[in-house]
Design a protein around this ligand. Structure first.
Ligand code: PLP
Length: 401
């Protein structure tokens, strides 16, 4: 018998929307042409790919020529950062480029920045305040004469904090009038697409990353928005697909899936209200029934689908395992680091101790979450925390609540 799953891990990945699957099916089977081929099947694939590109550009309100499909959001992040820095180095071989980012970025950014540093770039990793927000003044102060790129995520994958991207965009526009080099602005919007305004002109970004599998689309497909005239070198070389920026035969079914998924998001933004109701019900329910709980990240500047708690005296990983035994999928933090015992860099950046960071649980909800599932979680989670605290001996007077 199939196991009944209650899914509270939408930030790790989302189920494939059935309309998306339907749109993809022909391109997994009969419409198998290579979009570079000039015959009928090739042109059919090319047409489907261009249609999907238009759906992405309609969503971002940009030109379809500005969309580059990649194999993941990780690749799109790499292309944005490495591509821009390499291009700058070619034009300015004697000066080191400076990049500004934050301490709470996804590893796709942080690990890429480490590589850039090894290759001679300077990188500033901005701290966040206790709420997980980057003060605008800190960005202003970090700007140097050789700053060429600011990369700040739109919404955080672990704590759901929303950064003031449009405000940062305005600051950089002002700065650019005074500086020798233009400072380009990249945002990793992977977690924001479902819920936030992603009009690239309102945000003032030059580069924006998105991913298929966080928006009810397939895995293994991402995209990078590249504003016209943004200097970028490819990081993958070959047949020159992707306007010369991303060689390799395109993942046509994945691209069609991404297009169908983003079209759904565009038509269904309203669902965020329902999702937020569930989020608030869980937050209130847990804060009311479980003592010594801390909500990590801003309450106000937060994605409508994210909850991140620290439960003093209960290991996050143990909570996830016990929830799993009840058929509930959740996570301790980012899915990419779920198997490592290193405490979350995001929670440490908020000022949590290593111990506190190890007691965290991320619950992320989505468009298929039901009230029944929320009620089940609210009945099970307090008992699990109580049980684990009893085992750890952190709360010997457990019977008092
Ligand atoms: N950036 C953020 C903020 C993410 O949450 C993720 C996925 O967890 C990624 C990048 C990487 O996306 P992908 O799995 O498409 O490489």
């Amino acid at each position: 018998m199939a196991r009944k799953i209650i899914y509270f891990d939408y930030a790790a990945t989302t189920p494939l929307d059935s309309l998306v699957l339907k749109a993809m099916m022909p391109y997994l089977k009969s419409a198998y042409g290579n979009p570079s081929s000039i015959h009928y099947l090739g042109q059919q694939a090319l047409g489907a790919m261009e249609d999907a590109r238009r759906k992405v550009s309609d969503f971002l309100e940009c030109s379809s020529r500005e969309i580059i499909f990649t194999g993941s959001a990780t690749e799109a992040d790499n292309l944005a950062l490495i591509g821009l820095v390499e291009k700058f180095k070619e034009a300015n071989p004697t000066s080191a480029p400076h990049v500004i980012t934050s301490q709470i970025e996804h590893d796709a950014i942080l690990e890429t920045c480490k590589v850039l540093e090894k290759q001679g770039a300077e990188v500033t990793y901005l701290a966040v305040n206790k709420e997980g927000l980057i003060p605008i003044a800190d960005i202003d102060q970090a700007i140097r004469k050789n700053t060429i790129l600011v990369s700040i995520m739109y919404a955080n994958n672990e704590i759901g904090t929303i950064q003031p991207i449009a405000e940062i965009g305005r600051l950089l526009k002002k700065k650019n009038d005074e500086l020798k080099y233009k400072i380009y602005f990249h945002t990793d919007a992977v977690q924001a697409i479902n819920y936030l305004d992603c009009n690239i002109d309102k945000l003032g970004v030059d580069l924006l990353t998105l991913s298929g599998h966080k928006i009810y689309g397939p895995k293994g497909i991402g995209a990078l928005y590249v504003r016209r005239e943004t200097p970028l070198d490819p990081i993958i070389f070959g047949g020159g697909q992707g306007f010369g920026l991303r060689s390799g035969t395109e993942n046509v079914a994945g691209i069609v899936g991404l297009g169908a998924a983003i079209e759904q998001v565009k038509n269904n933004k309203v669902k965020a209200k329902n999702i937020q109701k569930f989020r608030d019900k869980i937050m209130k329910g847990i804060l009311k029934t479980v003592p010594d709980v801390k909500l990590n990240g801003s309450v106000v500047h937060r994605l409508p689908n994210n909850i991140n708690f620290s439960f003093k005296g209960a290991e996050g990983e143990a909570i996830v395992i016990l929830l799993d035994q009840e058929g509930i999928c959740a996570s301790t933090g980012s899915a990419c680091s779920a198997k490592s015992l290193v405490p979350s860099h995001v929670l440490l950046a908020l000022g949590l101790s290593e111990e506190e960071a190890h007691t965290s649980l991320r619950l992320s909800i989505g468009k298929y979450t039901t009230n029944q599932e929320v009620n089940k979680l609210l009945s099970v989670l307090p008992k699990i925390v109580k049980k684990l605290r009893k085992i750890s001996g952190e709360f010997p007077d457990i019977h008092q609540y």
